[in-house]
Design a protein around this ligand. Structure first.
Ligand code: SF4
Ligand code: SF4
Length: 453
């Protein structure tokens, strides 16, 4: 069953019923009238990847280069912590790599991402590699995610000159879970703020924060980051972590009551406009609104990270194609398949058997947040998948509620349908709807006139 009856509260406190179909993206009032006019879009079915239907790679649009998984920090929830490292990259690898890459790419890549571990640990390789690629692909977007601890003024000038967009990983008040705080070290602080001052006016830097058990409040993170980076800080990432090992499991929500409290807090913060600096809120809500306006079928949904797509590849400097940038060619996925899925010299032969599309998972097709979640990590299995799915549900259901409130003016509080019982009561009796509904406005949405009803 993929249709849901959503119990919601109107502005005048009257209860109303809405009907939602997650496969067809229809949202109607009880009498069957659509809540907004619908203009069906044109959609192509996503490729369904699984061990029996291996993912293929073709014309490359997004190129993710993994320099290696070494890092100078030790985040307890890091998805790379226990990944066996392949051979480290070094500057001698660059020319053979470039030669294989240019032979393989039929068209210019739109975007090139440089990944670690901590990519600046690989400075001696990163610098000549990025300069070489900039010479070849002058129009490509360059991006890098760094913890900022190895920046200095010369690197900042270089990142600026080469046109990089930078994601600076920092969890705000929850930073201690990641390790030391580079902002507390005067020299590192100066270097980070120098880069920030260079790139912020051009919209080329965001502070990327993750939510976890000890860092649950986007409002607290936003306040902390505004204090340190200014009122107009842009916050990237912003979702609840997926657990990849025991450290990740310990950093996820632990009990049903925890989940309920998190959902209620997250929704309340959204509605009070306290998380407007997070890109994720706006993106998720608008994406859902668009799914309803265009009747986007679930069959068009790929995985949330996009690494199941044929036009997105992750590659190391030895030319090994990887499931994604967070694994190495030497590592094995939970389903027993090798994360090394082929070689850049023969893209046609790549077969990704490590991933499982959401449609092959037990609960995704019948999940009310499918259109927002798009499946948790595509290679997780077993208890890690279960915990990731639980966190993903609680992370996404407040965005679903906010989007439905935006479209209807009604606050959803209970979802009826053929899915897990423990997920139906969105905010739970402990928090209750009146507690959540302290202010009937979603300021985060008022900013975007283009999607006003
Ligand atoms: S919350 Fe879980 S069941 Fe629902 S779509 Fe996401 S991964 Fe699938
Ligand atoms: S497969 Fe996707 S979600 Fe999973 S670790 Fe890789 S990038 Fe992240």
């Amino acid at each position: 069953m993929t249709t849901f009856t959503i119990h919601a509260l109107r502005q005048d406190d009257q209860k109303v019923l809405l009907h939602y179909d997650n496969q067809l993206s229809t949202l109607t009032w009880q009498d069957g009238t659509p809540v907004v006019p619908v203009q069906p879009g044109t959609f192509r079915d996503a490729t369904v990847v699984s061990v029996n239907q291996p993912g293929r790679k073709g014309q490359v649009r997004i190129l993710k280069i993994s320099l290696g998984l070494s890092c100078n920090y030790e985040c307890s929830y890091c998805n790379q912590r226990f990944v066996p490292h392949a051979d480290a990259s070094n500057p001698e690898d660059i020319e053979p790599f470039i030669s294989q890459l240019t032979d393989a790419l039929i068209e210019l890549p739109e975007r090139i991402e440089f990944w670690g571990g901590e990519p600046l640990v690989y400075w001696k390789t990163l610098k000549p590699l990025a300069e070489r690629l900039r010479g070849l692909y002058s129009e490509a977007q360059f991006s890098i995610i760094t913890n900022g601890s190895l920046l200095d003024s010369a690197k900042n000038e270089w990142l600026d000159r080469l046109g990089f967009s930078v994601g600076l990983s920092h969890d705000g008040p929850g930073q201690s879970t990641r390790g030391p705080d580079p902002l507390k070290d005067p020299e590192k602080h100066t270097a980070i703020m120098d880069l920030y001052a260079r790139l912020h006016p051009q919209g080329r830097i965001s502070i990327n924060a993750m939510l976890h058990e000890n860092n649950r409040s986007r409002a607290d993170i936003q306040e902390w980051l505004k204090d340190h980076f200014g009122q107009d800080v842009r916050i990237g990432e912003g979702s609840f972590i997926d657990p990849y090992d025991s450290g990740g499991l310990a950093s996820t929500l632990q009990s049903d009551a925890d989940h309920i409290r998190f959902r209620a807090m997250s929704y309340k913060e959204l509605r009070l406009g306290k998380v407007a600096s997070f890109k994720i809120g706006h993106q998720k809500i608008m994406d859902f609104v668009q799914s309803i306006r265009t009747a986007r079928p679930a069959s068009a949904l790929g995985q949330k990270c996009g690494m199941d797509k044929a036009d997105s590849i992750a590659v190391d400097l030895h030319g090994n194609l990887l499931t994604c940038q967070n694994v190495s060619a030497a590592s094995i996925a939970p389903n027993g398949q090798l994360h090394g899925i082929g070689h850049v010299s023969n893209l046609q032969a790549v077969k990704m058997r490590t991933a499982t599309h959401w449609s092959k998972r037990k609960d995704c097709s019948s999940c009310p947040v499918l259109q927002l979640c798009k499946g948790s990590c595509m290679f997780l299995e077993g208890p890690l998948w279960d915990a990731g799915c639980d966190a993903a549900y609680s992370d996404n259901v407040p965005f679903l509620a906010a989007a439905i409130e935006y479209l209807t003016g009604c606050i959803p509080y209970y979802i009826e349908g053929g899915f897990r019982e423990d997920r139906k009561d969105i905010f739970g009796e402990v928090c209750g709807v009146p507690e959540v509904a302290t202010k009937r406005v979603i300021p985060i949405l008022i900013q975007d006139q283009s999607v006003m009803t």
